[in-house]
Design a protein around this ligand. Structure first.
Ligand code: PLP
Length: 389
């Protein structure tokens, strides 16, 4: 029997709601992956990704696997056994970076900050002073486990001044807040398609600076991953009409990515950031009207990922279950040390719109009232409406 998924509203940490224009693009006829028309599509995707990342890096393309593979691609290509990497950790994803570094046989020097806090620049400077021979500094720009945006420009500048490479996780950042690859001087960035690009999951846009590309081309040892070896991938995604078969690109998924990047280009980057911020403000007004608060300090909050403290005596898992079963609405649970302590409400990409904000606030209000929280029905929605007016 065919599988027919329920229709959900996706307001968790990803995937986000997929724009119907994108699912329609996905259903277009499959063509060969070396068809000249497909090569034209690949070239357009590279250009559109350069726009999204704000870069002129030639080595900018989507890895044929999810964001986690983009992370791995950056590490396995740039880092070799015996290298030292400064890894900043202020949430879940920094620990995965550490895992990537140690599995290569390199040393991870950890710079740790509390979950929910930004990466402390003084600690990064100290780690640089203590490890002047480190090859790279790796960090997460937008921590999806906590909803924190760290100062990517400043950390990349510290890396540049110390002649170290910067490796930046922009999976949740891209299209939701400013990701300025050339402005930051970032050397390697990776992202994902299912967060603020609102595309189907399973692809990872990445970009390497010329300096990083040179490092990849002049390695002492071959990249340990054959599939993610950019020296080989470049022959497939590289310039000119001549493309060497490396793997079969996920053709239809790339139609979808092209459509999602086209939608972003039509809207404009600045407009997309402004929309994310605007809907975040309205959500925040509704949450605060219910006595709920966000765990991240105002100046470091990501508009696309709202980590909300769970009030005392609330069965948080029951609330999520009721939202899903009664309202077809998915929000995220806390991860790692924030498990059971926060809900994560995503307003990513196509999901970032007023009707989703209203749906989330009114259904959350009902669930909280059902658990005995004394709220005035409709007060939270009034606060949302006021924020929009
Ligand atoms: C979602 C996410 C990833 C992993 O992306 P997948 O597509 O799930 O593999 C990596 N880093 C951050 C910050 C994320 O939010």
């Amino acid at each position: 029997m065919s599988f027919h998924p329920p229709r959900r509203t996706l307001m968790g940490p990803g995937p986000s709601d997929v724009n119907p224009r994108i699912t329609e693009a996905l259903a277009r006829p499959t063509i060969g992956h070396l068809d000249p028309e497909f090569i034209r599509l690949m070239d357009e995707i590279k250009q559109l990704l350069q726009y999204a990342f704000r870069t002129e890096n030639k080595l900018t393309l989507p890895i044929s696997a999810p964001g986690s593979a983009g992370m791995e691609a950056c590490f396995v290509n740039l880092i070799e056994s015996g290298d030292t990497v400064i890894v900043c950790q202020n949430g879940v994803f920094g620990s995965r970076m550490k895992e990537n570094v140690t599995r290569i046989g390199a040393t991870a020097v950890m710079v740790e900050d509390d979950w929910g806090k930004v990466i402390d620049l003084n600690k990064v400077s100290q780690a640089i002073a203590d490890n002047p021979n480190a090859k790279a500094i790796a960090f997460v720009h937008a921590e999806t486990s906590t909803g924190v945006e760290s100062d990517a420009a400043a950390i990349c500048a510290l890396a540049q001044q110390s002649n170290m490479l910067s490796i930046v996780d922009t999976v949740t950042g891209l299209a939701g807040v400013n990701v300025d690859v050339d402005g930051w001087g970032a050397d390697a960035v990776y992202s994902g398609t299912q967060k603020c690009l609102s595309c189907v999951p399973g692809l990872s846009p990445i970009s390497f600076s010329d300096k990083a590309t040179e490092v990849i081309q002049n390695r002492a040892t071959p990249v340990q991953s054959w599939f993610l070896d950019m020296n080989l991938v470049m022959g497939y995604w590289g310039e000119g009409a001549q493309r060497a078969y490396h793997h079969t690109a996920p053709i239809n998924a790339l139609y979808a990515l092209h459509e999602s990047l086209t939608i972003l280009h039509e809207e404009g980057l600045e407009q997309s950031w402004a929309r994310h911020r605007h809907n975040h403000q309205a959500l925040k007004a509704g949450l605060e009207a219910m006595g709920l608060s966000l765990i991240v300090a105002e100046e470091a909050r990501l508009p696309q990922l709202n980590a909300v403290s769970i009030p005392d005596n609330i069965d948080e898992a029951l609330v999520r279950k009721q939202l899903l079963e009664n309202y077809d609405l998915e929000i995220g649970a806390g991860l790692g040390q924030l498990a059971g302590k926060v809900w994560r409400i995503g307003l990513m990409g196509y999901s970032s719109n007023p009707s989703n904000v209203r749906k989330c606030i009114s259904s959350l209000e009902s669930c909280l009232m059902a658990q005995g929280v004394p709220l005035t029905p409709g007060a939270a929605i009034s606060a949302v409406n006021k924020a929009y007016s």
